[in-house]
Design a protein around this ligand. Sequence first.
Ligand code: IPM
Ligand code: MN
Length: 352
Amino acid sequence: MKLNIALLAGDGIGPEVIDQAVKVSNAIAKKFNHEITWTPAITGAAAIDEVGEPYPDSTHEICMAADAVLFGAIGHPRFDNDPKATVRPEQGLLKMRQKLGLYANVRPTFTFPSLIDNSPLKRERIEGTDLIILRELTGGIYFGERGRKDNGNTAFDTCTYTRAEIQRLAKLGFEMAMTRSKKLCCVDKANVLESSRLWRETVQDMEKDYPEVTVSYEFVDAVAMRLVQWPSSYDVLITENLFGDILTDEASVISGSMGLMPSSSIGVHTSLFEPIHGSYPQAAGKDIANPLATVLSAAMMFEDAFGLKEEAELIRAVVNKSLAEGIVTEDLSGTNKAYKTSEVGDWLAKNI
Ligand code: IPM
Ligand code: MN
């Protein structure tokens, strides 16, 4: 099969972790006789430096022409402490989500048998956890009207959702639940927010189309608690953009390291695959960051964008083997030897 992939390494550790995913993907291509064409493109702070904006049109064209986008990370500290910066790397990510129509962000959380004791949560709480948070990605407070009034002394951000936006996200949630344990949780704050009441109303109306799915409606504050109390009680959760942002960082703790969880963003145009972690600037260039979240994002890409399940399964199996054998970066090595980012990538490619 011919795979045409846009490669957006981005900032910080992005280029290093992306390199490992490329090594692993090329090893897969060799083994299964696929032909991958990687087309690199700039984003984030790197793109601001080069052309003055974080998601230039040239990058968008490359993404639109590709079958899938593999993405590293975005963000640079020199913008974080400058509230007056007019261009920020993160704007590139938001623009990319919007222009590619990536309205659904799929963030799985699962445990690895050999890493259960790395989690700060107790083994008996997290064993068997296998959930998916489906986060709405192109609406809500991230994209609503915002501004200042009162001579700059009052600021506002608005959360707006249309019924159609909620329906298309919820539809994916119901469909995903049908292929899993048929349990769907709609996360909202309907006791306070009008937009949440529209979410609840819309999802309730859709229940009749999916009679086999059991839907629960839970407030986001309670979910934040239960997610670390009994994560294995959840299966598919659907939620709006900001709640999803917060809950997915929280959920990543369950697996034991932020460096482990992959994600996909799907929607109208090309799908995008990326680790859920950020650009980790303190580690940039040191060859110490955990590449597994990006490698597992590549596995998601093989399966979801190209229907290549066997290829994806092999990547996951080799990742599990590396964890079991302790071929891991410093975030997971404990008192044992820590391997470099590039060494983990080499090991995975060789074992494929
Ligand atoms: C994420 C990130 C982004 C978000 C930032 C970098 C804009 O935290 O992908 O979760 O808030 O969506
Ligand atoms: Mn986030």
